[in-house]
Ligand binder design. Structure first.
Ligand SMILES: [Zn+2]
Length: 171
């Protein structure tokens, strides 16, 4: 089970000045890319997802064209049975930021599907320009999400995205 937890963190170090939209071909490698990680294994999984799953690639393109930056990090464990979650960070310099935490378990394709699930949540936030803090994030998910209690929400779209990506990877 993957859920979305509502936490807030202090803003990360601000990125360099915005600059022009990066070309689609650079969304994996450009210093300006919107989905980023410092973890080499996660970076490889993101590349695999982008290369082998059209749904994953579409999520990446969607985020690349948004005002949202997505930091993906690997964590040893998450509360309960969570495999991934999305946290909202404080906006800075006209951009919004979220952090995706992945507790990698099982096969690489399962981790890519978990990533896709959370990237779907990131697009939900990207498409809701009013989400800038925990309060507005909760308001969004009260509207579009399924309340799982303990400040955790999920969406059917995210659940279906994970399953769809897993199928595409197996094809
Ligand atoms: Zn979810």
């Amino acid at each position: 089970m993957v859920s979305l937890a509502i936490w807030s963190f202090a803003a990360l170090t601000a990125l360099g000045s915005g600059g022009a939209e990066p070309a689609a071909s650079s969304l994996l490698d450009s210093p300006a890319r919107h989905v980023r990680t410092t973890d080499h294994a996660l970076r490889a999984l993101i590349r695999d997802g982008y290369t082998h799953s059209p749904t994953f690639a579409a999520l990446m393109r969607h985020l690349e064209q948004s005002d949202l930056y997505v930091y993906v990090e690997d964590v040893a464990r998450l509360p309960g049975a969570l495999e991934g979650r999305l946290l909202v960070l404080a906006p800075a310099h006209g951009y919004r930021y979220v952090r995706i935490q992945i507790a990698r378990r099982g096969a690489p394709n399962d981790a890519i599907a978990t990533l896709a699930h959370e990237l779907q949540h990131a697009t939900e936030v990207a498409d809701a320009p009013n989400v800038v803090d925990t309060e507005s994030l909760i308001a969004l998910y009260r509207r579009i999400g399924i309340d799982r209690g303990s400040n955790e929400y999920d969406t059917r779209e995210a659940q279906e995205t994970g399953k769809k990506v897993l199928k595409e990877l197996a094809a």
